[in-house]
Structure formats: C-alpha cells, structure tokens
Design a protein around this ligand. Sequence first.
Ligand code: CAA
Ligand code: NAD
Length: 283
Amino acid sequence: MTVKNVMVIGAGQMGAGIAQVCMQAGYEVLLNDVNQDALQNGVNKIEKLLQRAVDKERITEADKSKTLGRLKTSTQIKDGGHCDLVIEAIVENMDVKTKVFRQLDEIMPEQTILASNTSSLPITEIAAATNRPEKVIGMHFMNPVPVMKLVEVIRGLQTSDETYETIETMTKELQKAPVEVADFPGFAANRVLMPMINEAIFAVYEGVATPEDIDTVMKLGMNHPMGPLTLADFIGLDTCLYIMEVLYEGFSDSKYRPCPLLRKYVKAGWLGKKTGRGFYQYH
Ligand code: CAA
Ligand code: NAD
C-alpha cells in the first residue's frame, strides 16, 4: 500500500515533530488537535525549526515554502477522511486513545492504516476498539522527533504483514531506523529507559543527591547526552508517570512502582519543561 496523505492527531511536542518529518519527506499532512492554541503552537514550532534549517543553509527558502505548503490544519477529525494513514499522538491514556480510535474507525476509509505513537500502551487493546485490528500498529517516535533516528514499530496481535511492511517502508522514507518490537508494556525503549528515570527520582526522594548532581553523574559518568531528571522534564512528568503505571500494572511487579515524588509533582501540575516547572524551573 502507498501512503500519500497523513493525518497526525495531537499537535503537542511529538505530533508537531511527526508532522514535520512527514512533510519534509514529501507527504501531505493534516495536523489535528482539539485545542486551537495547541495547534497554532505546533505550527509555530514547525515554522521555527524550518527557518533554523534555512538560516543554517541546510535548505533554501523555497524548500521551506514547499515543505510548509504540504501542511494543513484542522480541529475536526472528520476533515481527515482522505488520508491513507493516521498517526495518533495525543495523551498517554487508554480511555482517551480508544475513544479516538473508535471515532477514526467510523470515519476513515477501510484501507486507512491507524497508527499510534503510544509510549507504552498495548497496541492489541487499542486495535480491539476498531473493526480493523489488522490495520492498527504502533509507530513509536522518539523525542525530539526531527533529531532522533529511532522508530519502534509495534505489531499488535492481529496487525497484518502488509500493514507492518507499509509502516516499515515509510519509516525508512522519513530517514528513520525502524526496529520491530513485540507488544509488551513499555515495548523496548521505555521498558529500559523509564525504570532508570524512576530510579533517579527515587534517588532524589531519598536524598541521595540533588537533581543537578544525579544528572551530572549520568552525563559525565555514563556519557548520556542529558541527565535522567532533565530528560524526565523534557519528556513530560505526566507522560513518565503514565508509562510507569503501564509497566507497574502490566507486569504486576513492584520493581516498577512509580516514585511517590513523581506522583506528587504531577498532582501539583509540575509536568516539566512544558509547564515551566519540574525537577528544574524554566523561564
Ligand atoms: N526539537 C527539534 N530539534 C531540536 C530540539 C527539539 N526539542 N532540541 C535540539 N534540537 C536540535 C537542535 O536544533 C540542533 O540541531 P542543528 O544541529 O540542526 O542545529 C541539534 O538538535 C542539537 O541541539 P543542541 O546542540 O542545542 O543540543 P544537544 O547537542 O544537547 O542535543 C538533544 C539536544 C538531541 C535533545 C540531546 O540532548 C539528546 O539526545 N538528548 C536525549 C534525548 C532522548 O533521550 N530522547 C529520547 C526520549 S524518550 C522518548 O522519546 C520515548 C518516550 O516514549 C518517552
Ligand atoms: P503533549 O501533551 O505535548 O501533546 C498532546 C496533544 O494532544 C495536546 O496538544 C492536546 O491538546 C492534544 N489532544 C489531546 N486529546 C486530543 C484529542 N482527543 N484529539 C486531538 N488532540 C488531542 O504530549 P506528547 O508529549 O506530544 O505525547 C503524545 C503521545 O506521544 C503520548 O502517547 C506519549 O506517550 C507519546 N510519546 C511521548 C514522548 C515524549 O517524550 N514526550 C516520546 C514518545 C512518545
């Protein structure tokens, strides 16, 4: 199957990045968000990053205009009825995601592939909310999308080989490296990454060291580009907590218990960089 038109649902930090890399690879993109301000912020971010590429002489002004010409926006999912592929990048919550997938299943033509950028939720369960489970797949990009090369491609129980191959081919066209991963909580990336971040939060909680010092340990000691607490703020503490809860429930194993300090920060609305406060303050 050939993909030409893509609808990206959710114009937050992931959705805007996914829309941008699709536009740059020549796909026509409809970016959707329920929130008009979020939609505009997403567009502004894409324009800013393309302008930066012009300033650095990586692309021309004409390339920028051509790329932006491939972008349309909408707050109504029904406007995407012509799309061959939907990539959903909304909040990491099963109830909210299944509601959107049910709606998509009703609106979209039967050949349209429905992909989720979920960080950790079972693709099989998302697929079961539709009447086309063979066309539902996980397409897990990493943050920041324009920079990070990996996409985990997750097969649900009933994902067809054709759907898998279409997404694998498209991932390569986006200049990303696909890795096939089975449908287990947290897949591979967050199964490994998120317990490390959670452990770093426990270390702060128990007074082992300050956030700055724990980040320094991991940056200078392990050559990580960002320390785990900076990375947690960058990902979003709400998303980190959702992922830990998926691991905790999915494996019924106390080793995945979310740190109480993470819960407290999320309850306080300290969601990291996106709200201006997390383990660090942003101005
Ligand atoms: N969006 C787009 N581009 C960005 C960006 C952003 N938020 N932040 C940085 N960049 C770009 C910069 O524009 C720059 O590009 P140019 O060379 O074209 O100018 C390039 O990245 C390097 O940026 P900087 O020199 O400013 O900073 P850096 O060298 O420290 O790199 C980084 C920034 C790439 C983000 C690096 O710190 C890094 O790799 N951090 C770790 C990121 C990571 O682990 N991501 C995975 C998170 S987990 C996940 O995504 C899965 C999940 O489900 C939660
Ligand atoms: P975000 O909070 O930055 O953006 C989510 C956007 O979705 C918001 O703009 C919100 O208005 C919109 N939205 C919510 N419900 C909607 C609906 N019903 N229809 C349309 N739009 C809706 O979140 P994010 O960090 O971009 O994460 C999005 C998804 O990507 C989550 O599933 C997350 O787990 C996953 N993910 C996040 C990261 C990360 O580092 N943040 C990395 C990989 C995957």
